[in-house]
Ligand binder design. Structure first.
Ligand code: ADP
Ligand code: MG
Length: 642
């Protein structure tokens, strides 16, 4: 077929531009990226072979080969993995699949450390352009009888053509025509020769030692010449070239944690998680009992940029006795642990286990259960031993972990000690236990309020009485908190009580008695006002009621004890979900001077003011007012008549 010249997708062009013009340090990571891709391709081949008995592939040993050609200044990375079809080359190498790529690029272009985006974004392949001024890729997909040649100098376009079969059979070779870096700024870059055996050796050791396929390179060695008896002839040697495997291929997760260095853990993380940065923490263990397996799990140090996309794949890589089976195996992890990256290696599952079989497998369920238990224990230890790291984890993934409370009834209680919450009496996040431990003796319940922001909650009229009593309130501002709180009743024998619910019980029995009497008195005194308000707001609220909840504000809205909170209603509305809005109670502060004033007004005027007060109550809690135009008009009139 003829050679065609095609344009890269805009995002790819921008990335290539970054690679070529902005990234001067850490160029060597292209080795890791290309080897990682080769390893993925070999994994995929193994997977399709297991699933499709018909597929005929070249049965040569699965391996990754580095071919350095110092004369022509090229380095080729070759694998006999799954390979790519013509269409796949166009798709995988010419475009970026993620829908959020544009948004991400914009962010990346502002980012100082642009290197960060390489790993996060999975632009692995394009890193070749950091060291090469021309890249040639030759690939043949397993089962196909033609190959595809792709070539680019990174200038915005590439050439692609179909070629006859690859002499090596299925797989991919990527030939890098190395740039002359001798004029580069950094000393490291100058001295690094990517054709040099020792450079490549040390890079493989550094980044890819754990890769489970042999990474082979031809090396030349001087060997003595032997005589007929097989003995070395003195002072005579000859150059022989032979294959050498550069990596130990040791499955890191099966090793004793004491014998694995931090560097090794970090490099392996970058490989499994396609991340650039080191992980925040790891959980490495071997489970024995009903299911035997080893697991190496990582907590990323940042939220992956595509974490909140609905299609995001999550899950661990599943191995059975060191043989790779599946990536993104989500059946092993509940959704609320989806931030974890890593591998699990079972000694008990069968080698031909498939995604479908995993669905109902009892063994898988047992593994999942053991994983959850271990993760919970590890997080508890982290919280206890290293609060700072735990808080970082919490800031990134706390909202995800919290989903476990409403969704995993069996483990719900284990998550409670792991919660960190904001509260009204300080900026520090606290645990529920810390909250309970510092409760004043007369406080009976755990008070909380949900809302959109800490400032809004702190300023809420509902806080007034609590502040007077010096009771702390938990401030819950993650969208998921509404669901979490709906499924919680108590902690350490204390009830959770929403501060905005109808019957807030803050006082002792004697306090209550005197208050009840006082309120009766106020009810008598303010009757004309409350009746006028009630009439004016009959559509909007269930009741206008005198209460002792407020200290400084005139009014606030409260929900019935079983009714959803205003915040919940707003959340549902934001998601386009209809929810029967329940009428709430407008509580008024009888000591506020406004009501003494209203006693002197006509009924009409009181009704007008009732509407104004109701609108204020809505605004205070962050809810929209129904008719902003009317509200403005009423307010203006009020100002005019002042
Ligand atoms: P990622 O590995 O994160 O997907 P890359 O830029 O490294 O991103 O690779 C892009 C895609 O190109 C891969 O997902 C894969 O489909 C394809 N690819 C790259 N290298 C190879 C290879 N050696 N063999 C087969 N496919 C490959
Ligand atoms: Mg890659």
């Amino acid at each position: 077929m003829t050679k065609e010249t095609k344009q890269f997708q805009t995002e790819v062009k921008q990335i290539l531009d970054l690679m070529i013009h902005s990234l001067y340090s850490q160029r060597e990571i292209f080795v890791r990226e290309l080897i990682s891709n080769a390893s993925d391709a070999l994994d995929k081949l193994r997977y399709v072979e297991a699933a499709d008995a018909e597929l005929q592939t070249d049965s040569a040993d699965r391996q990754i080969r580095l071919i350095a050609d110092a004369t022509n200044r090229t380095l080729t990375i070759m694998d006999n993995g799954i390979g790519m079809s013509y269409a796949e080359v166009e798709k995988n190498i010419g475009t970026i699949a993620y829908s959020g790529s544009k948004e991400f690029l914009q962010k990346a272009q502002k980012l100082k450390n642009q290197a960060e985006l390489i790993g996060q974004f999975g632009v692995g392949f394009y890193s070749s352009f950091m060291v090469a001024d021309k890249v040639t890729l030759h690939t043949q997909k397993a089962g196909e009888s033609t190959a595809t040649q792709w070539q680019s100098v990174g200038d915005g376009s590439y050439e692609i053509e179909t070629t006859p079969v690859r002499p090596e059979g299925q797989g991919t070779s990527i030939c890098l025509h190395l740039k002359d870096l001798s004029s580069e700024a950094g000393e490291d870059e100058k001295s690094q020769d990517f054709c040099n055996e020792w450079t490549l050796r040390s890079l493989v050791k550094k980044y890819s030692d754990f890769i489970s396929y042999p990474i082979v390179m031809k090396v030349e060695r001087q060997e003595p010449v032997l005589d007929e008896k097989g003995e070395a002839i003195k002072d005579q040697s000859t150059t022989v070239s032979k294959d050498e495997t550069l990596n130990s291929q040791k499955a890191l997760w099966l090793r004793n944690p004491k014998e694995v260095s931090d560097e090794e853990y970090h490099e392996f993380y970058k490989h499994v998680a396609s991340d650039w940065e080191n992980p925040l923490d790891k959980i490495h263990f071997r489970a024995e009992g009903s299911q035997e397996f080893s697991a190496l799990l990582y907590i990323p140090s940042k939220v992956p940029y595509d974490y909140n996309y609905r299609e995001i794949k999550y899950g661990l890589s599943l191995y059975v006795k060191k043989v790779f089976i599946l990536e993104n195996c989500e059946k092993l992890l509940p959704p609320y642990l989806r931030f974890l990256k890593g591998v699990i290696d079972s000694s008990d599952l069968s080698l031909n286990v498939s995604r479908e079989m995993l669905q109902q497998d009892r063994q898988v369920a047992a593994i999942k259960k053991a994983l959850i238990a271990k993760v919970v224990r590890s997080l508890a230890t982290l919280l206890e031993k290293n609060r700072e790291t735990y808080e970082k984890f919490w800031q990134n993934f706390g909202p995800t972990l919290k989903e476990g409370i409403p969704s995993d009834q069996a483990n719900k209680d284990k998550f409670l000690p792991l919660l960190l919450v904001h509260h009204s009496n300080g900026a520090k996040l606290i645990t529920l236990q810390e909250y309970v431990d510092t409760m004043p003796a007369e406080q009976k319940d755990i008070y909380y309020m949900t809302g959109d922001s800490l400032n809004q909650l702190q300023a809420s009229p509902h806080m007034e009485r609590l502040r007077e009593k010096n009771f702390a309130v938990l401030f819950l501002i993650d969208p998921v908190d509404e669901w979490v709180m709906n499924s919680l009743t108590e902690f350490a024998g204390k009830k959770f009580v929403s501060l905005t619910s109808g019957n807030l019980d803050l006082d002792s029995e004697t306090e209550k008695k005197t208050k009840e009497e006082k309120i009766k008195g106020h009810e008598e005194r303010l009757k004309p006002v409350t009746e006028a308000m009630q009439e004016a707001l009959a559509e909007a609220v269930k009741e206008v009621k005198i209460s002792d909840r407020l200290v400084d504000s005139p009014v606030c809205l409260v929900s019935g004890s079983d009714a959803p909170s205003a915040h919940m209603e707003r959340l549902m509305a934001a998601m386009g979900q209809d929810m029967p809005t329940s009428k709430r109670i407008l509580e008024i502060n009888p000591n506020h001077p406004i009501f003494a004033k209203m006693l002197t007004f006509s009924k009409d005027k009181n009704q007008n003011w009732a509407e104004l007060l109701y609108s204020q109550a809505l605004l205070n809690e962050g809810s929209p007012i129904k008719d902003p135009a009317k509200f403005s008009k009423q307010l203006t009139e009020l100002m005019v008549n002042l």
